[in-house]
Design a protein around this ligand. Structure first.
Ligand SMILES: Cc1cc2nc3c(=O)[nH]c(=O)nc-3n(C[C@H](O)[C@H](O)[C@H](O)COP(=O)(O)O)c2cc1C
Length: 189
């Protein structure tokens, strides 16, 4: 089993997204987790970081995130879709952790074996595909943010949580399928 590093962004430990995280790591034997809300990660790129010369060291919290990624063969991202993208907490994590010299030239060279993106959504996948949001989210995460930094990548949307209000039984069944999918994906890594 490959070591997997999971980057998780949801503020509520009772959320569906947290259930997805639990199902996913339940299928892994060797993993670490960056719980961005739980750890109080500071997601705003400061003026000093923006101006940092590439040869200067990165802040210690950024270095810790990069070390966790460097130690893993597989990277996983678990988060809810908020306004057709990841939460600002995770977007800010990319702003700060994907630094020059680590995530792009000069000097970057670390390539993960695989990156897996698991996101929950209120809309169903069919609805997100019809609006074009699914394709846009996939492009932003896999083509841009992951890009050549992983040899292969997966983008999985576990959608339809809006059904919880209108069709509780339908949502319970769909949710069970989603959690089984997350666990099966983990076991395949
Ligand atoms: C601020 C906010 C924005 C959201 N934007 C979207 C969206 O653009 N598309 C969508 O399908 N669901 C959207 N949702 C619904 C969440 O994706 C959904 O509640 C979540 O994935 C599953 O529930 P959880 O919060 O219990 O994990 C949004 C929810 C919040 C709180």
């Amino acid at each position: 089993m490959s070591p997997v590093h999971v980057v998780y962004a949801h503020p509520d430990p009772a959320s569906f997204t947290r259930e997805v995280l639990d199902a996913f790591v339940g299928g892994l034997s060797s993993y670490t987790v960056s719980d961005l809300y739980g750890s109080g990660f500071q997601p705003v790129l400061s003026a000093a970081e923006y101006a940092r010369p590439a040869s200067d060291p990165v802040p210690s919290d950024v270095a810790a995130e990069q070390e966790s990624l460097d130690a893993a063969e597989v990277w996983a991202f678990v988060y809810p879709v908020w306004w057709a993208d990841c939460p600002a907490m995770l977007k800010g994590w990319f702003d700060r952790v994907w630094t020059v010299g680590w995530a792009y030239k000069p000097g970057w060279g670390r390539v993960a074996r695989r990156a897996v993106v698991l996101c929950t959504a209120g809309y169903t996948v069919a609805e997100l595909e019809k609006s074009g949001v699914h394709q846009a989210m996939r492009t932003a995460m896999l083509t841009d943010r992951i890009g050549a930094r992983a040899s292969s990548s997966d983008f999985v949307v576990l959608g339809g949580s809006v059904l919880a209000g209108s069709d509780p039984a339908g949502w319970a069944s769909l949710k069970a399928d989603h959690l089984a999918h997350a666990a099966a994906l983990a076991r395949s890594l």
